[in-house]
Design a protein around this ligand. Structure first.
Ligand SMILES: [Zn+2]
Length: 350
């Protein structure tokens, strides 16, 4: 007994003496106390946030299960593809930009002289449009091979993720393997078709031919941008050499444009392939719809309207007429699959 008490009392005395004597130590305890209190408060707010999202999820759950939301260009392979396409574009722009600007410099005096005897306010625009229309942009064809490969890689990445998400209820077997093969084939076709269309071409029996119906082709946007730079140079009375410099210092062949094109194209193929994955899963008996999810707090009117459409059938188009994002360059929207709940689907959100 005695032996045990004595050291205890001694320790107490020692501690209280030192604490009383050492204000610095007490101040440090106070600091630790404050830090601890802060940490506890923080953990409570983290817990509260978690609870809030759980409540939000629980509220959604009776109506829909958001089966898939991860095909929006976040995978490592997809990020690598964005970098790869940007690099391919920068390389071709660097090599090809000076050639295009030179073609325009060479064409300018001739066209301007030809139009001199037809004075009128539209001359500059007409000259610019005619020169831009005649520029040889076949150097952009160098983009087709690398862009096909990168689009395929990103499409495979997002397609696999999308299919695994929506098809988790489908057993491993021939049917599932077939669907995966079909999705890979679709991705390959989308990638090679789009890479050609991007530069105003299409594949016919393995041959590359002009495609006047190309949509969102960078060959078209390049011509439009060239036309604007030429026309504004002409209005300002610039020489052919000055206009050549204007072209090279514009955004037309810039790294920023390369990056913007890469992001838009990757968004396009990843969402298209995701839709393909939803269709494959639906073909295997999983009922699915699709929803347009805006990518920012302040979406454009078209994207907001598409999101407001709510879930629609896979083969339907959203308000803008698109069947999947992106709706425009810099569109950060994505497509998600929605599984209508079997029960009480109609009595929520009345
Ligand atoms: Zn958008």
């Amino acid at each position: 007994m005695l032996n045990r008490r004595r050291p205890t009392r001694a320790v107490n005395n020692l501690c209280s003496t030192e604490l009383r004597l050492d204000d610095d130590l007490r101040a440090r305890f106070d600091q630790i106390d404050t830090l601890l209190a802060g940490a506890v408060a923080e953990s409570f707010s983290v817990a509260a946030a978690l609870t809030e999202s759980q409540v939000a999820l629980a509220t959604l759950a009776p109506r829909w299960r958001l089966a898939f939301a991860q095909h929006d260009g976040k995978g490592a392979a997809t990020r690598a593809a964005i970098i790869g396409i940007t690099a391919a574009l920068e390389r071709v722009f660097d090599k090809f930009g000076p050639d295009v600007a030179g073609q325009i410099r060479a064409a300018l005096p001739m066209r301007a002289a030809r139009l001199l005897d037809i004075p009128g306010p539209d001359d500059n625009d007409a000259t610019a449009a005619s020169i831009a229309a005649d520029v040889d942009l076949s150097g952009l064809d160098d983009l087709i091979a690398p862009i096909t490969a990168h689009l395929k890689a990103a499409g495979d990445d997002s397609g696999r993720a999308a299919f695994d998400e929506v098809a988790f209820g489908i057993p491993t077997g021939a049917a599932r393997a077939d669907a995966v093969d079909q999705l890979a084939a679709l991705t390959g076709k989308l990638a090679s078709d789009r890479a050609a269309e991007m530069v105003g071409r299409k594949w016919i029996d393995g041959k590359l031919v002009d495609n006047p119906d190309s949509e969102h082709a960078i060959s078209d946007s390049t011509r439009d941008m060239l036309r604007d730079v030429i026309s504004s140079g002409l209005y300002q009375g610039e020489t052919a050499e000055q206009i050549e410099i204007d072209i090279l210092s514009s955004t037309i062949f810039s790294p920023d444009r390369a990056a913007l094109i890469a992001k838009t194209e990757i968004s396009s193929i990843t969402n298209d392939v995701a839709l393909g994955a939803f269709r494959q899963a639906q073909g295997l008996g999983i009922p699915l719809q699709k929803s347009w999810i805006v990518g920012s707090d302040d979406p454009c009117d078209d994207c907001a309207a598409n999101a407001a459409d709510g879930p629609i059938d896979l083969d339907d188009t959203f308000s803008s007429g698109d069947d999947a994002p992106p709706q425009h360059p810099r569109c950060g929207c994505s497509l998600v699959s929605v599984t209508p709940a079997d029960d009480n689907a109609s009595d929520v959100e009345t």
